[in-house]
Every structure is written in C-alpha cells, then in structure tokens.
Design a protein around this ligand. Structure first.
Ligand SMILES: *Cc1c(COP(=O)(O)O)cnc(C)c1O
Length: 371
C-alpha cells in the first residue's frame, strides 16, 4: 500500500500520477548539465532503457530522444518533425487526445485528414484500409494508443498491420500506455512512439520522449516546423554530445525518472506492472458496479489505465461535492471528458496498489451522500 503523509492524497488521475517516496527523494540535490556523470551516467542509460522497453526484439533499429516539456510537447515534436513538407497525415481520432493530434497538424499547416469515429467507438479499420488504398498521397498515419478520454484501448496491432501493408509511416501517441502495457514497436511496425516521464513509468512531470526508427529519422533533417521541438536536432545533439540536451534539461526530473526506471525493473518489468494495473482496474470496476455505478464503455474496450463511470442520476449528486469528500479521505479522482455523458474518471496507474483500490472503494461508499 502507498505510504502517505498526513495531508497527501493519492492521485487516481491520468497524470501526473502518484510516485514512490524513493522517486521523489532522487531529486534532492543539484546537478551540472554538461558533466559526464549526468550525460553519460544518467541520460544515456535512460535513452537505452527506453528503447529496450519499446522493443525487446530489435532495439538496434530504434533510438530515443528526450525532450523538455509536458507530453504534448513531444507529440507536437513528433508530428512536426517527421512529416516532410509535401507529406500528408491521416489522423485517427476517438477522443480529446486524438482531436489534439489533428489540432497540432492544423496549427503546423500540415496537410491532413481526420477519421473521427466518435468517443465511444474504436477507429474504423475498414475505412482506414480503403482510405489508404484510395489516396496514395497519404504518407503518415497517427493514432492514440490508449485514448485517455474514455480509457479505450485502441486496436494498435490491427491498425499497424493495415498501415504497414500499405507501406505508410505510423506515429503513435502511447502517452498513457507506454511502460504499463506490453508493446514491441519493431514487431508491430510502429515507426515512432511518444510518451512522457509522468505516466506509466511513474516519474515526475517535466519531459517526454520520442522513440523512432533510425532509418526514418535519418531522413528527417530540416523537416521540423519548430526549433525547440526539432527531434532530429535534439537527436543529433544527444548522439554526438553523448547524452547532451539542447537547452537546459530538467536535471532533477531526469534523476527521478532514472530511479523510476530502476523501480520498474525491480517490480518485474512491464509485464508485472501491467498485471498490477490490470488488478487495480478489475477491483475498481467490480467494486464500483457493486456500489451501483455504471461504466461509460463496454468492458471489451476497457484498459488497465483509466475507467470512466457515469455520474449517478440522483438530482442531489454534484461532482465537486463528491470529489471534495474523497479528497478529504486521501483520494483525488478526475472529471469526465466524454461529450453528452455526465461522467467521472478514476485512474488505476501510478504508485497505486490493489489494497489502495480497496480503501478507495470504502471511501467512495462513505461519500455517497445522495443515497
Ligand atoms: C496525458 C496525455 C497526453 C498529454 O500529456 P501532457 O503531459 O498533459 O501534455 C497526450 N496524450 C495522451 C493519450 C495522454 O494520456
């Protein structure tokens, strides 16, 4: 069970997440950014470990670039840096994070089309295949792995197999799944994947990372639509500078992340973490349904990451009041984000254990003031 101080609360949100005391303690000193202890001793092993997490089968074909900022900065850098000036992007959207991919493409003036399947349905695979056959101008496809809006796990394997059979570049926002859900980008044929420090690897917020296929990344020099978000430039600096970042790096956050990676290994790797998150989510759904709550999505679309629940239909129910009662008992939950359905969300990731979920369910039962 998570050990908390008196006024702390457990974050049951889509990020930032609850972290271990040892991850937080790893930040408790200052470091020089150009020193070898940092670049060679910490940044370089982080890059190597992240590639290993992305593909155990063919790590030599991929590289990893760390980038300052929240996760969206890395998503924007991936979209803005890996599509040539005359490229065309197909965005698969089924929620707020998918829509954000389209928003980024629009803001960067990237030629793109959007397949929006709505928040309650996965991407339309038939339509994807047909569109790629009909429009040879489409060079890239981008999709969210786990759509954190609803908690829907998108069918990445099927999407990748269609995109690869048509020989296009596949970009994946796996922000909320990477490190918590087993994945092998080389086997799937994913060209780029992005995530951040403060999701399933359980570090603190401050940077993100892009893992990309070296053979493709080599071609992208000069394509970036932004200086500070130029993945090729950042990559070259990290390669030739042996772990050096362009511009000030978040040293404390990077040290915390290194510790978080060690703790992921100690837990037993991604498979063990996935098992813990799955058990958290299973207990959560079973317990919530026993209390009379209903899930937003059918079970077949659930992920171990986050779950949406419909708001109670009682006229006295108010999210803010419910939230406040839970916070007073040490738990922070998240508002819903699905259009047209009053809901709230509870995350099952981070330094959170099945016993914490049991305690949460007791707190929820005690907070159902409308009953
Ligand atoms: C959390 C998240 C993001 C955005 O991350 P920020 O750190 O808030 O910028 C992007 N995509 C997905 C799927 C996410 O879950």
């Amino acid at each position: 069970m998570t050990d908390l101080n008196e006024n702390d609360y457990l974050l049951l949100t889509p990020g930032p997440l609850s972290t271990s005391p040892t991850v937080r303690a790893a930040m408790n000193r200052d470091w020089c950014t150009w020193d070898d202890d940092y670049n060679v001793g910490v940044v370089t092993p982080i890059r190597e470990k992240l590639v290993q997490l992305a593909t155990a089968s063919r790590p030599d074909e991929y590289t990893c670039v760390l980038l300052q900022g929240s996760g969206t900065f890395s998503v924007e850098s991936m979209i803005g840096s890996t599509i040539p000036p005359d490229g065309k992007l197909l965005v698969l959207a089924n929620g707020a994070y998918g829509n954000r991919l389209a928003q980024i493409a629009a803001r960067l003036n990237i030629n793109h089309i959007v397949h929006d399947s709505g928040e309650l349905a996965p991407p339309d695979l038939m339509r994807l295949g047909e569109t790629l056959s009909d429009d040879p101008g489409i060079t890239h496809v981008v999709v969210v792995h786990n759509e954190t809006t609803t908690g829907m796990m998108n069918p990445l394997e099927d999407i990748a197999s269609i995109v690869k059979s048509q020989d296009r570049v596949l970009l994946v926002d796996s922000m909320s799944a990477f490190g918590g859900v087993p994945l092998d980008v080389a086997e799937l044929g994913v060209d780029y994947v992005v995530s951040s420090a403060n999701k399933c690897i359980q570090g603190v917020p401050g940077f993100g990372f892009v893992i990309g296929r070296v053979a493709h990344m080599k071609q992208t020099k000069g394509w970036a639509r932004s200086l500070s978000l130029d993945i090729h430039d950042q990559w070259q600096c990290m390669e030739h500078g042996r772990g050096k970042w362009r511009y000030t790096s978040p040293t404390h956050v990077v040290h915390a992340f290194y510790q978080a990676l060690i703790e992921l290994e100690e837990e037993g790797g991604v498979a063990a973490r996935h098992a813990r998150y799955t058990e958290n989510q299973r207990r959560l759904v079973t317990g919530m349904e026993r209390l009379g709550f209903r899930c937003v999505l059918p079970v077949k679309y659930h992920s171990p990451i986050i779950t949406g629940f419909r708001s109670p239909e009682h006229p006295d129910y108010e999210f803010q009041r419910f939230y406040g009662l839970l916070k007073a008992q040490g738990f922070v939950i998240y508002p819903g984000k699905v259009t047209g359905i009053a809901s709230f969300r509870i995350g099952s990731i981070g330094h959170v254990f099945p016993e914490d979920i049991d305690r949460l369910l007791i707190a929820i039962q005690a907070s159902m003031y409308w009953e």
